[in-house]
Design a protein. Structure first.
Length: 256
């Protein structure tokens, strides 16, 4: 069948494209660079013609509160309208574990607005709530760095490898819509500051990591349940050590 992946050239998108293509499906990796832009609506009708499944992996180019809300609302409305015209049978979106529990975060409020549009669209859907990716550790460290010190939350989180996320997205694309939310996460929880420190140490990065329960993550304070999946979540198989051992050689805290 024809499957359109919005954001199909990104980290999760490219891996999902590869998994579905090898199974013989007609997979279109849609992106603005290829003439498909959900925010402007450019190229959507042509891209979605004949599509049975759409996976939305697009992300906002700006994380500023107003801009990110405008992106997810506008892009969501444009994409869902085009899907109705095309007769898409399954809309799949990737969102974030804990988004509904953290309303003080502008980014997560925007993701919840996106999810509301999906639920009210009338198109059969599956929303996948994922925990943070191991690949984000360097970015978390960089965003929290002042001088040689990294100050991050000491709350628990349960990160997952991007390969495990792509496995889930491919499986969901070939399954029936659940018209609800499924959660996925990594194999074990960590204190955020402890895993960031471990990552930097393995990357031979000399920065010092401080855990602060009041340090903000995407503009909001966390507790030990904020970013941890609940019972019944699908758990990835890749441990942090296995991920790090096989990750591309971008192991400085800045570039991971």
């Amino acid at each position: 069948m024809k499957i359109v992946i919005i954001g199909g050239t990104g980290l999760i998108g490219s891996k999902t494209v590869a998994r579905l293509s090898v199974k013989g499906h007609d997979v279109l990796a849609a992106s603005p660079s290829g003439g498909v832009n959900t925010f402007t609506g450019e190229g959507l009708d042509k891209a979605l013609a004949g599509a049975e499944v759409v996976i939305d992996l697009a992300n906002s180019p700006s994380f500023e509160d107003k801009a990110v809300l405008e992106f997810f609302e506008t892009a969501g409305k444009n994409l869902l309208a085009a899907e109705k015209v095309a007769g898409v049978k399954h809309h799949i979106a990737l969102s974030i574990v804990g988004a509904e529990r953290l309303p003080r975060s502008g980014y997560l409020r925007a993701k919840m607005a996106q999810e509301k549009l999906i639920r009210e669209s009338g198109i059969p859907y599956t929303i996948v709530h994922s925990t943070q990716f191991f690949e984000f550790l360097g970015g978390i460290a960089q965003s929290a760095t002042v001088g040689d010190t990294v100050t991050v939350s000491s709350a628990y989180f349960q990160p997952i490898a991007s390969d495990d996320v792509a496995d889930v997205m491919a499986d969901v694309a070939l399954s029936q819509p659940i018209n609800g939310v499924m959660e996925i996460g990594g194999p074990e929880p960590f204190r955020m500051n402890e895993l960031v420190a471990r990552f930097l140490q393995l990357a031979n990065d000399p920065r010092k990591v401080i855990g602060d329960p009041h340090a903000l993550y995407f503009g909001t304070e966390l507790d030990d349940r904020s970013l941890v999946p609940g019972a019944g979540a699908r758990i990835g198989s890749t441990s942090f050590e296995d991920w790090f051992d096989h990750a591309p050689p971008r192991r400085s805290g800045v570039a991971a």
